[in-house]
Unconditional design. Sequence first.
Length: 168
Amino acid sequence: MATQNVGIRGLSSAVKAGIVAMAAPFGRSVSRHRRKAALAEQHRLHFALLCKAMDDPALAKVLDTYETSVPPEKQRQYLFANALYANALYYHRIGAMTLPELHGHFRVMCQNQVFREYWAATKHHRKSLPDSSEEAGLGRVMDDLIQELDESDTDEWWVVGEPPGDSP
């Protein structure tokens, strides 16, 4: 009788191990889904806060951390530029846009003078990011692209700048 119990316990352990092994990919999938859901919620909240600040100059003053004085109308434009940039980052982070595609969006965004002014005005903001962070790396991609566009001797802006590899 004792021998049969050991066999059953051994079978039970094997079944448990098999279930754990089969569930592992599902757990990673759930984890990715939760991360995307958290990113989506954070993006919605960020955008809602930016919209409130764009609509109310008193709230926009809370986000005025520029090194120079920025008139209210210009600040609204900067907030909108930030929303466009954050939206592109969000699409990349959830996997809806590859890094080369993000680079292409950056290239288009850099064609707008107001966006370039926003980018220059927020340079000191990006200095607070850890160099190893994804956002700091993508900021460097944007910085490099702007520099390449400025130094380019072609009117064909859509071909300027080599898209980065898999990671910034």
